[in-house]
Design a binder for this molecule. Sequence first.
Ligand code: ZN
Length: 122
Amino acid sequence: MIKSDTSTTGLLGPHTLVFDVINDEVVNQRPGAYALGYTDNRGRFLVTYVGSAMADLKSKLKQHIGTARQFKFRHYATDQAAFEKECELFHRFLPVGNFLHPERPKMSNWSCPHCQLQARRA
Ligand SMILES: [Zn+2]
């Protein structure tokens, strides 16, 4: 079962996952976290995939064009904050498109704040 988003995700959107919208909504060269999905006939955003990007969220979202109808996102000041948001979204929604726990970046010793296990090394 796909869990629906609520206002508590803290993400902006949903927006249509197309090139022009990403260009308009997402800031260049900034880290961030995102959720992909679609809005059902009751107006709920259903999360099918979550992720985060170090350094350049805009480029990463463009790689997902064609894989989902809509996205939500938020920029974060640091790469680690974006990663921790991805972990939070992963644990909350357990999206059908995420088979594995988010990977921490190489050269980091970050751990997931939401489970006892350290995040899988990239
Ligand atoms: Zn975790």
